[in-house]
Write a protein that binds this ligand. Structure first.
Ligand code: SF4
Length: 385
């Protein structure tokens, strides 16, 4: 039984300087066509996929629905309401809709008192806000469409509409020449008292404006030292404000973990709908056509919009379990073959990068910074650190 559903909304106003996601940049959002396409895909899931019986869809047990993108907050409220009503009905997530975590990723400029109230009425109870920075200069460099003041306005509008489960995304490890004040951004984020924070280190992806700037010397390449310094500073600063990292990039207060992302990290099955969305049943991972038009054409023709699938071997699944366990504060259970720990891991404990507690191996921030090397040492494929 699948209890977690992801919906990819591919539209954006423009491309951010670091982003290589599968998006469709549009001035006019084709909301009607999008809603029809997703509902058609949902219909196809139960009728054309040999791996899924019609009876697989539905049940009383949907736990999370996540609208990610792209920019889901660009969909007009009536389109969102139609989508959510259909999805929550298909998955029979009633009578208590608030028992299901329903998240929307939103950009601050799309949050108004009216949109926030409409989202709440549609059944959304969690908002993940793409704040990224509180420095207007930095936001401009990122090609973001909002300024810093809009972040606070958005949080206040969401609270007034009844949202208490608000998450902020921030990006760190920006090029030195920007002289971004990371401590100030962390403090400003904390001052808004979000229930949750997600912190992402900047990575350079091919074919992005950032990659071009770096190749012609207009921006500095990422710097591992800066990454580590800012990551460790975030742990100190956020702990002082009452946040607790429960995953390598995510911190919460008062128990507000992301139930949807926690399902990914514990290896649970999920369905993905929409262009580029991934699904996983515990053994097979499949993903949809990434381009919006290709996806739409497929579903309109009555064809499953699947691009490809991968059957994971037992070794691949074990490696994934290892990574996922170490990414979170659940840690790795020290059962065979990791009991006793291989001798190559002794220095991890000695240096305080990991700890062993209640028969589990848990990463400290310094361990999370070196996750690949730790997994290498645990599996015998290690390299010196
Ligand atoms: S809004 Fe998000 S998905 Fe869209 S271009 Fe920017 S980072 Fe990428």
């Amino acid at each position: 039984m699948v209890r977690h559903v992801y919906l990819h909304v591919p539209f954006c106003r423009r491309r951010c300087s670091y982003c290589d996601f599968s998006i469709a940049v549009r001035k006019r959002i084709p909301a009607r066509e999008y809603v029809d396409a997703v509902l058609q895909e949902l219909k196809l899931l139960g009728t054309t996929d040999p791996g899924r019986e019609p009876g697989d869809i539905g049940g009383e047990s949907l736990e999370s629905l996540y609208l990610g993108g792209g920019t889901p907050s660009l969909l007009p409220p009536d389109a969102l309401a139609t989508l959510l009503t259909s999805l929550l009905d298909v998955f029979r997530a009633t009578p208590s809709r608030d028992a299901v975590e329903v998240t929307i990723e939103a950009n601050p400029e799309d949050v108004t008192p009216a949109s926030a109230a409409a989202w709440r009425r549609a059944g959304i109870n969690r908002v993940s806000l793409g704040a990224q920075s509180f420095d207007d200069r930095v936001l401009k460099w990122m090609h973001r469409s909002h300024d810093a003041a809009r972040i606070g306005d958005a949080v206040r509008a969401l609270r007034a509409a009844g949202f208490d489960n608000i998450s902020l995304d921030l990006i760190f490890a920006l090029p030195a020449e920007l002289r971004r004040d990371w401590a100030r951004d962390l403090d400003l984020a904390c001052s808004l008292l979000p229930a949750h924070l997600s912190l992402y280190g900047l990575t350079v992806e091919e074919r992005t404006p950032l990659a071009r700037w770096i190749s012609r010397g207009a921006a500095a390449a990422p710097d591992d030292e800066r990454y580590a310094e800012e990551y460790l500073l975030a742990h100190l600063r956020l702990a002082a404000c009452g946040y607790r990292f429960y995953e390598v990039s995510n911190a919460e207060r008062d128990g507000h973990r992301s139930r949807h992302n926690s399902a990914y990290w514990s290896g649970r099955a999920y369905w993905g709908l929409g262009p580029a969305a991934h699904s996983y049943d515990g053994r097979v991972r499949r993903w949809n056509l990434a381009g919006w038009e290709a996806y739409r054409r497929a579903v309109v023709a009555g064809l499953p919009p699947v691009e490809a699938e991968e059957v994971l071997t037992e070794e691949q699944r074990e490696l994934e379990r290892l990574y996922l366990a170490l990414r979170t504060d659940a840690g790795l259970p020290l059962t065979a073959p990791y009991r006793p720990l291989p001798p190559s891991t002794a220095h991890w404990v000695e240096r305080g990068w990991v700890e062993v507690r209640e028969q589990r191996l848990l990463c400290r921030p310094e361990g999370w910074l070196r996750l690949d090397a730790l997994v290498g040492d645990l599996t015998g494929a290690g390299r010196a650190v």
